[in-house]
Each structure stands twice: as C-alpha cells, then as structure tokens.
Design a protein around this ligand. Structure first.
Ligand SMILES: Nc1ncnc2c1ncn2[C@@H]1O[C@H](COP(=O)(O)OP(=O)(O)OP(=O)(O)O)[C@@H](O)[C@H]1O
Length: 309
C-alpha cells in the first residue's frame, strides 16, 4: 500500500505538486494520467526517493519512507521507465537478474526466474538470455525493462510510461501481458501515462493530474460517467467518452444467448468497441458471438446504445 499525504513540491519557486493526497491499495493497479508537465513522474519518483517532497509524507505499508534507508527501499520496489535504462554491457539475463542477485538468490532460483519472465513477456526466442540489449528491438528492450522491474517479485512496482515510443500493436500486447501478470501476482502497481486509453485500459482506478493537482480519482467508469467538472470531462474525452466506455466492457456482457445471425463472428472476450468496429466494417447491426470456437449468441448495435454498460 502506498499513501501520499498532503504532498507538495517546488522546483525553482514554482509549485509542481500542490497538496496531493492519494492512497493506492494493496494489489491495486493505479494509473496516474495527465498531460506532460502535470507532475505525474515527480509524484511517482517520490515513492523510491528519487525525489524528496518539500511537504507531506509518503508511506509504504504504513511506514514513512523518509525514515528508511534508500537502498533496501529501492530493492523492494520495482521500477520501469520509458528510456528503459538497461545495462548495455550486461546480457538480457544478467539485466533481469540484477535485483535477485543483490538479494542473494541462488543461481538456480535466478535462472528459473529469468526463464519464467522471458516466457511471461514473450521474450522466448532461443538464446534471448545471452543477448546484449543493443541487439534487441526497442519493444524487446522495454519488455526486458519490465521483466527486470518484476524480477524479485516486488510487492510494489512503479512504472513511468514504460510502453512509450512503441508501435500500437506492441504496446497493446505488452499492456495485455502486464495486466495478466498483475492480476496473477496481485502486485501493487503505480503506473504513469499521458495516454488516457492506456490508463483506462490498465487501471483498476485512475487518478487525473492537472497542473500539479490530483483533480479526480476513481474507476474508469466513474471518471467517464461522473467527471467532477468540465475540465475533467474534457480530458476524459467529452463526446468520445462513451466510445472509451465501450472499450472497457466485453461483448460477453451484452450477448443475446442462443440467438443466431449472419456475419463474421466476434469473440465474446473482445470489447464492445471492437464489436462496434466489426459491425461498421461489415455494414451489419448484429453479429454472431463465438466463445471457445462455438457460436453462443449474437451482439446487437441497439444493445450497446440503449443498454449502456
Ligand atoms: N529536477 C527538476 N528540476 C526542475 N524542474 C523539474 C524537475 N523535475 C521536474 N520538473 C518540472 O516539474 C514539472 C512536473 O514534471 P513531471 O516530469 O513530474 O511531469 P509529468 O506529468 O510526469 O510530465 P511528462 O509526462 O512530460 O514526464 C514540470 O514542469 C517539470 O519541468
């Protein structure tokens, strides 16, 4: 659990964090979103003490982190950033093993963990562990950065735009992997992004930062349905918010079971937004739904529009 209490930070006399209080629950995926310069990274970097607040307290599992030694604190918290920061002269395996080694894990335990993470992050090309970062694509390097952050099974992971600068497909596949890993391990993740879709897709809850203030926190649906003011409404997407909401719900929630119709089927696990796209591209207002290769019913355009999720 990470708790920020009345945090304040100035740089050169300019307030960049203005009285921010936030509680990230144990096992929660919390996405901090906001435009460039709103203070997201500064707030995140306070958790591993890369930045010291000018006022307020940061607590991890109840302890004021200002009272802890920096090294053990950082060893216990995974950290992944956009620029990756892999050690260029160490192999992929050695990069991932950095913190487990510091913690004195046995070689067998480290090898097993590296192997498992390479698999989880789809880095399982033969010989991957012994390659050097420069021989990897940007997307592969970012995967290694994420694997390194998760290596010692930290209970808390801080991620600062870890999928920035990736093509949309790679980014989406990494988001899916990360969300699955987080659900399985119940890791507490504080994730910074300026991409609203990424924040809404990943976060159990989302916090919107504007000009150093945390203006609203809530589930993605809460922010879409009940923005606290017009500024938040604007950021959440104004008229496009409804489309965003469709992206948060699976087709399975709107299936008419047992019904049949013509058309290229959509998967029950796909989002309502994907189903809408398929309807538009096929020029149909109803499509069959498949689950595990079997037709289970249909999804109709009118069900998406009239019965809001
Ligand atoms: N070390 C520093 N010295 C001076 N100003 C800083 C420093 N670090 C951050 N700032 C300023 O604080 C403000 C908040 O920066 P921060 O990086 O936290 O924003 P952000 O929301 O993460 O933006 P981005 O997505 O662009 O990284 C910015 O105006 C930035 O220029």
């Amino acid at each position: 659990m990470i708790v920020f209490e009345h945090i304040r930070k100035e740089f050169g006399g300019r307030t960049v964090i203005d009285d921010v209080s936030l509680r990230v629950e144990e096992g929660e995926f919390f996405a901090l979103v906001g435009p460039s310069g709103s203070g997201k990274s500064t707030l995140l970097r306070m958790v591993n003490r890369l930045v010291t607040p000018d006022g307020g307290t940061v607590r991890v599992d109840g302890t004021d982190i200002a009272t802890l030694s920096v090294e053990p604190l950082r060893r216990g918290i995974g950290y992944a950033i956009q620029s990756v920061g892999l050690f260029p002269h160490r192999t992929v395996g050695d990069n991932i093993a950095t913190v487990p080694r510091l913690l004195g894990w046995t070689k067998a335990a480290i090898d097993e963990r590296v192997e498992a993470l390479l698999g989880l992050l789809h880095l399982d090309e033969p010989g991957m562990a012994s390659r050097y970062p420069r021989t990897l694509s940007g997307g592969q390097q970012q995967r290694v950065g994420v694997a390194r952050a998760l290596a010692a099974r930290p209970r808390i992971v801080l991620m600062d735009e870890p999928f920035g600068a990736l093509d949309p497909l790679t980014r989406e596949s990494l988001q899916v992997s990360l969300k699955a890993i987080q659900r399985e391990t119940k890791t507490t993740i504080l994730f910074v992004t300026h991409d609203m879709d990424e924040a809404f897709g990943l976060g159990d809850r989302v916090g919107l930062m504007l000009g150093g203030r945390l203006v609203q926190t809530g589930t993605p649906t809460e922010l879409i349905r009940a923005p606290v003011d017009d500024v938040v409404r604007e950021f959440v997407g104004g008229a496009r918010a409804r489309l965003r909401e469709l992206a948060l719900h699976p087709v399975a929630e709107r299936v008419r079971p047992g019904d049949t119709c013509d058309g290229e089927p959509v998967d029950a696990a796909a989002s309502l937004q994907d189903a809408l796209g398929a309807m538009l591209s096929q020029g149909r207002d109803r499509l069959p739904v498949m689950r595990d290769g079997r037709r289970v019913g249909t999804i109709a355009l009118s069900d998406m529009v009239e019965r809001a999720p």
